[in-house]
Design a protein around this ligand. Sequence first.
Ligand code: SF4
Ligand code: SF4
Ligand code: SF4
Ligand code: FES
Length: 469
Amino acid sequence: MANVNLTINGVAVSVPAGTTILDAAKSAGVRIPTLCAYEGMGPHASCRLCIVQVAGEDKEKLSCAVKVAEGMEVTTDSPELFEKRKATLTEMFRQHKVDCHHCVRTGGTRIEDLDPWFCENCFYCDCQRDGFCELQALAREFGVSQLPFEPQQHDFVEDCSTGVILRDPNKCVKCRRCVDVCKNTQAVGVLGMVKTEAGQTVGVTAATLAESDCIRCGRCVDVCPTGAVYLAEHKDELPYFAHARGVKTAALVDESVLPELSKLYGGEIDLRQLSGALRKIGVDAVYDAEEVRTVIAAETAAKLSKRRKKAPAILAMDPAAKNYLTQFCADRKADFLFPETAQVRFAALVEGKFDKIYRLSGRNSLADEVQKTGCADFFYNARELYRVLKRTGANPLRAIPAELDTLGVAAEKTDYDAVLGSVSWQVGGKAEAVTLSVNGKEVSAMVCRNPSQVKAALDADCAIIRVNA
Ligand code: SF4
Ligand code: SF4
Ligand code: SF4
Ligand code: FES
């Protein structure tokens, strides 16, 4: 594709035709503030924070939606743009239920009181996103601390129907990331603009999330820039039970929790360091989910090797993927293979030995927890775990590293690990074809990193289709 030449803030840039101004700026290392844009998703063009000035144009352009043109002269930052972005943000806050201003320590109601250096990380603040919120960060950047007008009443009813994935439309900025991810990446589509008694908002197209076709993948939580969709927290339960006299506790740690935890702490954290921090809190035993996964993988590989059917085996490797296949691909039911999840197997292996089990994972998928499938008592994703560790002062970067406990059940890794091992979720993209050599025999497989890749993969000429959600 031919390249287009333009200038951004006076600097010459050359990018492929069809690139948006936002992406062109990104490629040149220039940051434009955004709230609704999300890597890999189409432009939502709803927040209006990404406005830029284009020479010769009267009105500002939305950089996420407008494509570059030859000779374009773009300005991304000016006092006028700053004021307009600030006015947009101020209006957002007028409509927002601001729960992050009530720090009992400061007694203040201003956003600048929430300076991270001032914060004691007690995390008793009302909003779970406090400190991790894109909207809050922008408010700080643009100095939105006082509203020049009366805030709007907050009348939208929260949806707590699943008990795990919670929605508070009073904090929704209508960026539509969740709508996009649910429909286009997860191929479910239970979110959209809805009319309620309190007005129009982004919500669930059924009466409640529990009554919808939601597969409990939690991806809407991953992409939401505010606290409008969030997971029920268990931040009190981990320290409480770990400390309680006579209560034996165990944690099953998935290494997928480490990258984000490392990012939040600003330093590389490994399993032994995390194990040390958990033991400091009082957790009695810490196990590596990989050990349990090798057993499940070996069993699944054995089942796959014995399979004589011509149609591909369709594997769901997490509870949300299982929900997706059951609800949306029921005509292929005869080919489903649903291996147990690591937490369910782990719970069975240690049954009777512990009073409480924690499952620490990078995944937001809470289908097991929602369905109470005899698994861990409490789930923690990286952000929640970070809040727990911060509150207790058990910093993995400073903790004495501790070896992990072992169940003594680990199995040999096989070539099937390419299909059965953990794969990362992805926005968009296509299923990936892989060829495995198992006992000298070639086995073809398709790896779907999200449900939107599944339907096309079902027609593939292969032996295994692995589905991730
Ligand atoms: S969503 Fe963000 S801005 Fe809103 S209350 Fe929560 S932390 Fe504050
Ligand atoms: S949990 Fe998944 S399926 Fe349910 S609403 Fe969110 S993105 Fe959609
Ligand atoms: S719920 Fe979150 S992701 Fe969805 S539109 Fe509202 S702010 Fe955006
Ligand atoms: S990022 Fe362009 S309108 Fe939101």
